[in-house]
Design a protein around this ligand. Structure first.
Ligand SMILES: Cc1ncc(COP(=O)(O)O)c(C=O)c1O
Length: 386
């Protein structure tokens, strides 16, 4: 049975060109970018080319990019790195974040709290957007780092990172943005964004898993968490994943070039899925979680609840029908925990327990949206009649 893959926010298939770039780099033979011999120099040249390519896309200085092992590592490094350095340098000891961040950010914030940092977690409104007024009130002169994501990974809500970043910088705090879901869908211009640290991941845009980058603006207080070699200008010890980084750069280049097309395609698939659901099960048989207005959300993520039907049962039935989607965060036992994002948005229990995320990407089309709506209609009818 052909799979309709609507889980691109979890991971997206590698682009053939990125696989090609990986294979080319891996096949070139042994070369540690820190070695002085020809093989090392060749590896270093690949790293430099990839860094230049990404810096060009993001409009930053290549020296401001640190290659990492993915989004989680970038989020952790940004928070530990900037918070500890700020405290040493300025005595500031408060972190401000939001209730809807990825666990990579929230977990790092909790760890820093256990180390003695104070933590302020900003609320969100019913659409999953942080009110700027809440940030305005929270960012005082004791704040070391502010961490607000660009676009949420569960409901797609875009956050006011420009306004909050400006406030943070004016008040002497470092501004971190998790842009893992925004890369490839939003033009990220680091020359214009008031951001000091920004984390990215390759596998959401057709690059390999386990590769990412952290932007660290020149002059930002930052202390490396890893101890070892002086790779990445001593900001991330450890031999770089040269082939993975080459593939990341290739995927980023293609994602940037095709940004408008990807946005348009995702919008079309999303609109078709929702209009077909309206037609087949009726608009009052489901709830859209997150912003409806296109200006307030990422185009490729849509979260819907089917009240009365548990998301676990729904996901299983979708899977059996060849549709891959997901829900909130999975706990280690494999059962579904209610999403902290939807809880923060104030959803009632029956909406929390029935929320499904569909996320679109390369290769998806409106026929798949149509088919998925039909499958959902069949499943909901069958389960509700039980
Ligand atoms: C918003 C956000 N941040 C961070 C991550 C973690 O990225 P990675 O899987 O590369 O560690 C994800 C992955 O789902 C994400 O969606």
């Amino acid at each position: 049975m052909p799979i309709i893959y609507f889980d691109h926010a979890a991971t997206s298939p590698m682009r053939p060109e990125a696989i090609g770039a990986y294979a080319d780099a891996a096949a070139r033979g042994p070369g540690n970018p820190s070695s002085q011999h020809a093989g090392g120099r060749a590896a270093r040249a690949m790293l430099t080319a990839a860094r230049d390519c990404l810096a060009n896309i993001l409009r930053c200085d290549p020296g401001e990019l640190v290659f990492t092992g993915g989004g989680t590592e970038g989020d952790n490094a940004a928070l530990y790195g900037a918070a500890r350095a700020q405290r040493l340098r300025t005595g500031r000891d408060r972190i401000v974040t939001t209730a809807i961040e990825h666990h990579a950010v929230l977990g790092a914030c909790r760890k820093l709290e256990a180390e003695g940092f104070k933590l302020t977690v900003l609320p969100v409104d019913g659409e999953g957007i942080v009110p700027v007024a809440a940030a305005e009130e929270a960012i005082k002169d004791d704040v070391a780092v502010v961490s607000v994501m660009y676009g949420n990974n569960e409901v797609g809500s875009l956050q006011p990172v420009r306004e909050i970043g400006k406030l943070a910088q004016e008040r002497g705090a470092a501004m971190h943005v998790d842009a893992v879901q925004a890369l490839g869908y939003e033009p990220l211009d680091l020359g214009a964004l008031p951001v000091d640290l920004l984390s990215l991941s390759a596998h959401k845009i057709g690059g390999p898993q386990g590769v990412g980058a952290l932007y660290v603006r020149k002059g930002t207080p930052f202390e490396s968490t890893a101890r070892g070699g002086s790779q990445e200008k001593s900001r991330r010890a450890g031999t770089e994943n040269v082939a993975g980084i080459a593939a990341f750069a290739k995927a980023a280049e293609l994602a940037a070039a095709g940004l408008d097309g990807r946005r348009g395609q995702a919008e079309a698939v999303r609109a078709k899925l929702l209009s077909e659901l309206d037609a087949l099960i009726g608009a009052d048989a489901y709830r859209l979680n997150g912003p409806t207005d296109a200006e307030k959300r990422l185009p490729h993520i849509v979260n819907v609840s089917f009240p009365g039907l548990s998301n676990e049962t729904m996901l299983m039935n979708l899977d059996l029908s060849g549709v891959a989607a997901s829900a909130g965060s999975a706990c280690t036992a494999g059962s579904l925990q209610p999403s902290h994002v939807l809880i923060a948005m104030g959803l009632e229990t029956h909406f929390l327990q029935s929320a499904i995320r569909f996320s679109f990407g390369m290769g998806n089309n409106i026929e798949e949206a149509e088919k998925t709506a039909k499958i959902i209609a069949t499943i909901t009818k069958r389960l509700r009649n039980r």
